[in-house]
Write a protein that binds this ligand. Sequence first.
Ligand SMILES: Cc1ncc(COP(=O)(O)O)c(C=O)c1O
Length: 362
Amino acid sequence: MKEIPIYKPSLAGNEKKYVTECLETAWISAKGRFVGEFESKFARYVGIDHATTVCNGTVALHLALVALGIGPGDEVIVPTFTYIAPVNAIVYTGATPVFADSDAKTWQIDPNEVKRKITGRTKAIMAVHLYGHPCDMDGLVAIARENRIFLVEDCAEGFGSLYKGRHVGCFGDISCFSFYGNKTITTGEGGMVVTNDQTLFERTLHFKGQGLAKYRQYWHDVVGYNYRMTNVCAAIGLAQLERADELIAKKIEIAGWYDRQLKDSFFVRHDPVGDVRHTYWMYSVLVPKLSMRDPVRLRLESAGIETRPTFYPVHTMPMYSAKYEKHRIAEDIGWRGINLPSYPDLTPEEVDYICENLKKAI
Ligand SMILES: Cc1ncc(COP(=O)(O)O)c(C=O)c1O
């Protein structure tokens, strides 16, 4: 039987060569040539002034919020339909996550919902570009400006995605990426914080490096963190970045194969909406009825095809559900969605096989 995982990274470039260099030169911690090179080339690729590596995407989000001075008493508006990390990062700072519903077509945070949730305590909006589709950045930037609040972008699933021709990550005050093994480019575990704001960048570096003062060795003037990335991870990241265009093009091509197979089926696709480049971090579909999702997934599993459910809305989880408020779209997508295998080395035959089994399951 075929075994098709949901994801596996493609490491066919200079990854091995660069990691070997780290081992041979003994530069294996957070110093070494690959860290700086990965940061500067990443910033250039995305089109932003500053980038700093961190050890994963969750701490990238925490660091960004800390740099913005967000803390107890503040509210941050976040989509309820999201991976848990951005919500956790808000809670780590002592701030309160305020959940907003999503747009039914893009599956991203709905700017109208954001407007409804703004209070005197709102300090920031967290835009999470889910599954590779950009959020409505015109809408979110306008709300942030009008209300003089910060905009943070979580681009963990949106590396390479474009909104009106610009990379996601360039619209907010500060933005974050993840390079976990299933991300479009990976470092194994890793992340990046990017910004065009010099002050925010300096604050990010300060908190990332244990709050070390600039003017005296081993003197710390804030409570900081060790969120550094190793040179070994950065070596993998640089090799991946060299292949970014190729990996993104491949993912878009694979989405085209899925689209062709599923265009006349009962499945609802997650198509691009507006002037965007959707990079299909995960190619995802909705089943026609909620009750079909798990049987369809089981059917695929028995054919050796790994799938994932879309994210359950965070406001329904035990930590938050005591203050339950209906979020209709998030609850619908969260319970009807399936992520399909989406790694760059998938073949057309494998996509045919997956779609055949999907159609049979319905
Ligand atoms: C939207 C989103 N934000 C943040 C993260 C956290 O990244 P990491 O796993 O690198 O901590 C992830 C996923 O892994 C994610 O999907």
